[in-house]
Design a protein around this ligand. Structure first.
Ligand SMILES: C[S@@+](CC[C@H](N)C(=O)[O-])C[C@H]1O[C@@H](n2cnc3c(N)ncnc32)[C@H](O)[C@@H]1O
Length: 463
């Protein structure tokens, strides 16, 4: 017999990797046996006692909404954003920032302890003085009705109309609202992903917090010509009049079924096809598809920490593995004899080469290759590096890459990670090669979310 809507009072034991609460209850099933039911409850905090209504509680795992908080965590606060309950962007706005930072430190400690490392090596997470409006890039989505907004949590078909966003740069939200108004005034159709029809798909907004330059990139299903001539010239007029900081207004055709911000044909509506940004005093060109750190204030701290930990010397050779457009390569290149950057995305490598030249650096060598093959090629052409920095994606570098790094025996390894769990399993691979973990510094690049970044130093001590 299926039971619907059973009321329960449960205590939140811990948080899962998406920031939701975990609780479990023993309940008797229809045969009189005790069975454990594991619950996932969003927007609660550890230790809280909550009343939930569980649909189909005879299953082993259920998701439930807290109807009432009966015992409240001392760090619970009123979430400042009106979209918090529905938006999938920030999961911890109901938690004092101090508590979020402590949770992130604990996560990193637990991850490395699980691999046998000393958790005392992990310092307290470096937070932001002002943890709002920190993102320099946002992607908004159009609903089939042409409303611009963000996806609803757990429901990728629903769009929450954009009124505000407390983590995006303020000017970026204002410019996005102007595009939303333009779409409405022009009565343009949004894209329907089920039917694969409609015009407007996504709006990407990126802005440099240093140069102020902004890019607006519209992902659409048609070329900006013919019937759309009037609409596009109206957009150009509105944006250039109100937002002179928009140095790139792009119209990007994307007719693919995949719901991603990609493009097969690009058109410049106004300005150029890139914007200038700066990090650590170095100038970067950013195109719509260029990966760049999204919290520049904290990314600057990451760069400074990486340099301080790595102690680069003018006599040394260095590898920057997973180098992207050279965020770490450029500050390090000016401090070493020569630097090789390895990265799989060709356009990022082209950008890294151009960024190095733009900044007058002539001692860099960038390679568009998979990390594993890239290391071999660099070792063959370049010799053994004294210093290696790696900044892999969330999935980590993986055992094969880590063992290649171990065999190449750099004296110092600086590991920049956006996932403490894959970081811990990756560095475990280095132990047999004689590396010792010296320190781990977590940095909060994504306040109000579960994500945490780390910079760590490993040194070669001999096998
Ligand atoms: C976290 S980003 C870091 C980028 C850069 N260090 C930065 O801060 O801008 C990880 C990078 O690894 C690259 N990547 C992913 N898989 C790769 C692989 N198998 N080999 C080389 N690079 C890869 C991605 O394209 C991305 O640029």
């Amino acid at each position: 017999m299926t039971v619907t809507n059973e009321e329960m009072i449960v205590e939140i034991k811990s948080l899962d990797d998406k920031g939701a609460g975990r609780a479990s209850v023993w309940r008797e099933n229809e045969h009189g046996n005790q069975k454990k039911l594991r619950l996932t409850i969003p927007q609660v905090l550890p230790g809280e006692k909550v009343r939930v209504i569980v649909d189909k509680p005879e299953r082993r795992r259920r998701r439930a909404i807290a109807e009432e908080i009966l015992e409240t965590h001392s760090e619970r606060i009123a979430p400042p954003c009106p979209h918090f309950e529905r938006c999938g962007g920030c999961v911890w706005q109901h938690w004092q920032y101090r508590g979020q930072l402590q949770q992130k430190t604990s996560h990193v400690k637990e991850a490395i302890e699980a691999q046998g490392f000393n958790p005392e090596l992990v310092a307290d997470t470096i937070g932001m003085d002002e943890p709002w409006h920190y993102r320099n890039k946002m992607e908004f989505t159009f609903s089939p009705e042409g409303e611009l907004g963000l996806h609803e949590q757990g429901n990728f078909r629903k769009i929450i109309s954009l009124e505000t966003c407390l983590i995006a740069g303020k000017e970026m939200v204002e410019a996005a609202m102007e595009v939303a108004k333009w779409a409405k005034d022009q009565k343009l159709r949004g894209y329907n992903k089920d039917l694969h029809e409609g015009l407007l798909r996504h709006l990407m907004v990126r802005q440099s917090f240093v140069t102020g330059e902004m890019m607006l990139a519209l992902f659409v299903t048609e070329a900006p010509t013919g019937q759309l001539d009037g609409a596009t010239s109206d957009l150009v007029k509105r944006i250039t009049a109100k937002f002179p900081q928009v140095k790139s207004l792009m119209w990007l055709e994307n007719t693919d079924w995949a719901d991603r911000t990609q493009s097969e044909k690009s058109h410049i509506l106004a300005g150029r096809d890139f914007i200038y940004d700066e990090m650590d005093g170095y100038r970067f060109r950013l195109w719509f598809d260029t990966f760049f750190q999204t919290n520049p204030t904290q990314a600057q701290k990451l760069v400074e920490l990486a340099v301080a930990m790595g102690e680069p010397k003018q006599t040394e050779k260095m590898i920057d593995l997973f180098c992207g457009v050279g965020t770490f390569s450029l500050p390090f290149a000016s401090r070493v004899e020569k630097l090789a950057g390895i990265e799989i995305v060709e356009s990022s490598i082209e950008s890294a080469q151009r960024n190095a030249l733009d900044n007058g650096l002539t001692n860099t060598y960038f390679l568009a290759k998979d990390a594993r093959k890239g290391i071999d090629e660099v070792l063959a052409n370049f010799g053994k590096p004294e210093l290696l920095l790696l900044d892999p994606p969330r999935s980590g570098a993986g055992g094969k890459v880590m063992r290649r790094i171990g065999r190449s025996k750099p004296e110092r390894i600086v590991y920049v990670s956006c996932n403490p769990d894959t970081f811990a399993t990756d560095i475990k691979e280095l132990e047999p090669f004689g590396y010792r973990l010296e320190k781990v510094q977590p940095v909060d690049l994504f306040p109000h979310t579960v994500h945490v970044e780390c910079v760590a130093l490993l040194v070669y001590t001999g096998e």
